[in-house]
Write a protein that binds this ligand. Sequence first.
Ligand SMILES: Nc1ncnc2c1ncn2[C@@H]1O[C@H](COP(=O)(O)OP(=O)(O)OP(=O)(O)O)[C@@H](O)[C@H]1O
Length: 259
Amino acid sequence: MTLSISGLHASHGATRALRDVSLHVESGRILALVGANGAGKSTLLHCVAGLHRPDQGQVSLHGKDVTGLPVHQVAQRKLCLVPAGRQLFSDLSVADNLRVGLHGLKLSGTAERARVDRVHKLFPILREFTGRKAGLLSGGQQQMLAIGRALVREPAVLLLDEPSLGLAPMLVTQILRTVAGLAADGVAILLAEQNAAAALQVADHGAVLENGRVTRADTATALLADEDISRHYLGKAAAESAPDAPVRRLPAGLSSLAH
Ligand SMILES: Nc1ncnc2c1ncn2[C@@H]1O[C@H](COP(=O)(O)OP(=O)(O)OP(=O)(O)O)[C@@H](O)[C@H]1O
């Protein structure tokens, strides 16, 4: 499944949040969308997911125009958003939060269990804490649950909004390594991150968003090597904390990540 965004403009009242944004993500690839606070990353993801209606432009999934479709109709086309701040039901258990993800799919009990099992293999801690309230999980565990809730829908296109926010570097690596595994299994991934260093380490391509505009788009390797990008988005500390070798180069099949 391919995601194509073309000439997208969007606003919040008088604030113009996106200006003529065009991006493309192929199946099995990760596009890192990097940019500062307020650059327009969330608005872009919301436009793609059907949560915000763009003023102009087009979003298509595998050549089919989905621009402006309501969120449930976009979701039916196997596109899932893992929202910023996780947006879990904190009083519900881990198992019930995963059940929320399965809602409306009309699967048999066996098929539902198989999907939940797959998420448990990916994030064994979620099996261990299956009865625990989501609000009592650590930030990293909550992020795993938020991703798991999307994965039970078996998305072909996955949008991730700041999955690293508030997580310790080791957990960021673990989460992004899982994301790389999903791409290796054929999912098209649009990864919005302020943590540009970590995102570009796992991505194939990157796009820099500034004031709602894409100001650079290139391979992740080229962006990581670029001095301007380095100065503005990677920062010395971020560059130093990044793994030596790109995470993407590690074995990344889902099955290999399960152990
Ligand atoms: N609900 C809203 N009402 C008014 N303005 C908004 C709203 N949401 C976002 N904006 C504005 O739109 C612009 C883009 O915001 P957006 O949240 O998409 O950026 P972002 O890159 O995701 O940043 P952040 O990481 O802070 O969410 C900003 O100027 C922001 O202030």
